[in-house]
Design a protein around this ligand. Structure first.
Ligand SMILES: Nc1nc2c(ncn2[C@@H]2O[C@H](COP(=O)(O)OP(=O)(O)OP(=O)(O)O)[C@@H](O)[C@H]2O)c(=O)[nH]1
Ligand SMILES: [Mg+2]
Length: 306
């Protein structure tokens, strides 16, 4: 866990440094309007989104607490509400559909999830419903094999809905614990591909009523403002039930989680902090806020006292 946390901290270091410099431990009375403007700008630069920033700032201005504490509290209150504590495992089997824009990390995340569920002793079946490129299926196959899971595949160019149907049918027939369907990346503005995704979703429901139980959209943490448009459209088409935000070990600014939470309130299930099978952590609001806007370090705290 310490390793995950340090990767997250490293990934968010740019935002953290930007915010930490600007957001002092001082009480609000000591700050001018210009200081508040700077803080607002820093939060916007960290991708927190205009509405969220307005909410945070207005709460912090009214709070009696030091500015940094007040902002942390505001962030935490919002993010705690979307921390999900993995309630997904209540379904037996769990049918999970993974969706999102190209290259956000769907296939990699499925490899990580399959590994995690296998480590919990569960039997995992993965369906390769990204049939556009043979390479996509091979990439998934490699992850699935490493995870010790099983896979359903058809020929290149097969109907993705047909692969999804087969996967879910077989998963139930053979009593798997977790059934995961990978899909091709698509841009939310591509009507044809979005309709195809709607069909995948529908057909899974025909394979088994009530499925899929979870529809997780994978969002690249570095996306910024466009993430909102992505989630909006995918949710309409495929009834997204949760988010996974990846690449938070890279150059992501992190605030996009706040922006998405303010806008959609969808549970954030997991976050991705690297490219290996282990680099997936359940979303922990406290750890995340501490990485983005840490408590004052000892030196600053001492200065404050003096
Ligand atoms: N640093 C980092 N890289 C990641 C993470 N998750 C995925 N990646 C990388 O992102 C790239 C794309 O990952 P894929 O899993 O192929 O993404 P995808 O969404 O399946 O892509 P398409 O199927 O083409 O839409 C790969 O190079 C992954 O190694 C993460 O949490 N951190
Ligand atoms: Mg993929």
């Amino acid at each position: 866990m310490a390793g995950f946390f340090s990767r997250l901290k490293k990934g968010l270091s740019r935002s953290r440094e930007g915010l930490s410099q600007l957001i002092p431990g001082r009480a609000r009375q000591q700050l001018s309007d210009a200081d508040w403007q700077d803080i607002e700008d820093a939060l916007i630069m960290a991708d927190c989104g205009a509405n969220m920033v307005e909410e945070l700032i207005s709460k912090a201005r009214r709070s009696r607490k030091p500015v940094r504490e007040a902002l942390q509290e505001g962030m935490l209150a919002r993010l705690k509400a979307v921390q999900s504590d993995n309630a997904e495992t209540a379904h037996q089997p769990l049918v999970l559909l993974v969706i999102g824009v190209n290259g956000t990390g769907k296939t990699t995340t499925i490899g990580k999830l399959a590994t995690m569920y296998r480590q919990q002793g569960k039997r995992v079946l993965v369906g390769a419903a990204d049939t556009f490129r043979a390479a996509a299926v091979d990439q998934l196959a490699a992850w699935v094999e490493r995870a010790g899971a099983d896979m359903v595949r058809q020929h290149e160019g097969a109907d993705p809905a047909s692969v999804a149907f087969d996967t879910v049918t077989r998963g139930y027939a053979r009593a798997y614990d977790v059934i995961i369907v990978d899909t091709a990346g698509r841009v939310q503005s591509d009507h044809g591909l979005m309709n195809e995704l709607a069909k995948v979703y529908r057909v899974i429901g025909k394979a088994h009523e009530g499925a899929p139980h979870e529809i997780w959209q994978v969002v690249d943490g570095g996306t910024g403002q466009n993430a909102v448009a992505q989630v909006e459209r995918f949710r309409e088409v495929a009834h997204t039930t949760g988010l996974i935000v990846t690449k938070l070990d890279g150059t992501a600014k992190g605030g996009v989680l706040l922006q998405l939470t303010e806008r959609f309130g969808l549970p954030i299930r997991y976050i991705g902090v690297g490219e290996t099978l282990e680099d997936l952590m359940p979303f922990d609001a406290q750890a995340f806020v501490e990485s983005l806007l840490p408590a004052l370090d000892d030196e600053e705290a001492n200065n404050k006292k003096n």
